[in-house]
Unconditional design. Structure first.
Length: 240
């Protein structure tokens, strides 16, 4: 009987020790959370600034490591919650809160990334900023580099956007075409698939969609999707 009692006591003591949080466990939680928050802030639009929409490849290369990281963090979070339930302590509460908040931040980041992938959402989010760029072009405050090409698209002026507006167009540049007193400004939203097409936001001062420079080009792409977003503003998707 004495031996049996000793075995039960030893097993119970080991079980309690296994369920008791320690500093190393908190360190692991902090490391996982740190990497999760790094991914979120570095690659996903969660901060209040103009973000360039991600392409198909951007999202693909981001989702793989972020999903793996989230899976590890979720597994540890479930374990920490069980530990917190059995043995409440400030240490267990701390690491559980750290992991939960970092995963929540990651989900918010993904939600914002996919939200801005929709061209209409991105346009509505930054329409005032794009109109500010157009106003600067109308007033002649933004200067650019003239293109010598005879192509109706490339013959315009390539303009580098001010630093805080870089996210409004791919490469931080827009193209402006002035013809007969009409100004056309082309913003690039994103590429499609593996470079099979491109999405644009186009401002045209006369609001005449039939005269958009892409439609005057000799070689037209087989797939065209044109949508009027508001007066003088259009969304254009060209794919090949």
């Amino acid at each position: 009987m004495r031996n049996l009692h000793r075995l039960e006591f030893t097993a119970d003591r080991k079980a309690r020790k296994a369920n008791t949080p320690n500093i190393s466990s908190v360190i692991v939680s902090l490391l996982i959370s740190g990497f999760t928050i790094f991914f979120t802030i570095s690659y996903l639009p969660v901060l209040p600034k103009i973000h360039l929409p991600m392409t198909f490849l951007d999202l693909g290369f981001l989702i793989l490591p972020a999903t793996f990281l989230a899976a590890i963090a979720t597994r540890k979070l479930v374990r920490d919650i069980k530990n917190l339930w059995r043995n409440y302590s400030r240490l267990a509460l701390c690491q559980t809160s750290i992991l939960f908040s970092s995963l929540l931040l990651l989900m918010i980041g993904f939600n914002q990334a996919f939200y801005h992938e929709n061209p209409v959402n991105n346009f509505n989010a930054y329409v005032k900023h794009r109109e500010e760029i157009v106003a600067l072009l109308h007033s002649g405050q933004l200067k650019g580099e003239k293109q010598s090409s005879t192509d109706d698209y490339n013959r315009g002026i390539k303009i580098s956007l001010p630093e805080k507006f870089k996210g409004l167009s791919r490469g931080g540049e827009v193209r402006a075409i002035a013809n007969g007193g009409v100004l056309e400004v082309i913003f690039i939203h994103s590429t499609m698939g593996f470079g099979d097409g491109t999405r644009y936001f186009i401002y045209r001062s006369d609001s005449d969609e039939r005269k958009i420079s892409f439609f005057i080009r000799k070689q037209k792409p087989p797939f065209v999707n044109l949508k009027k977003l508001k007066n003088r503003w259009f969304y254009l998707a060209l794919s090949y």
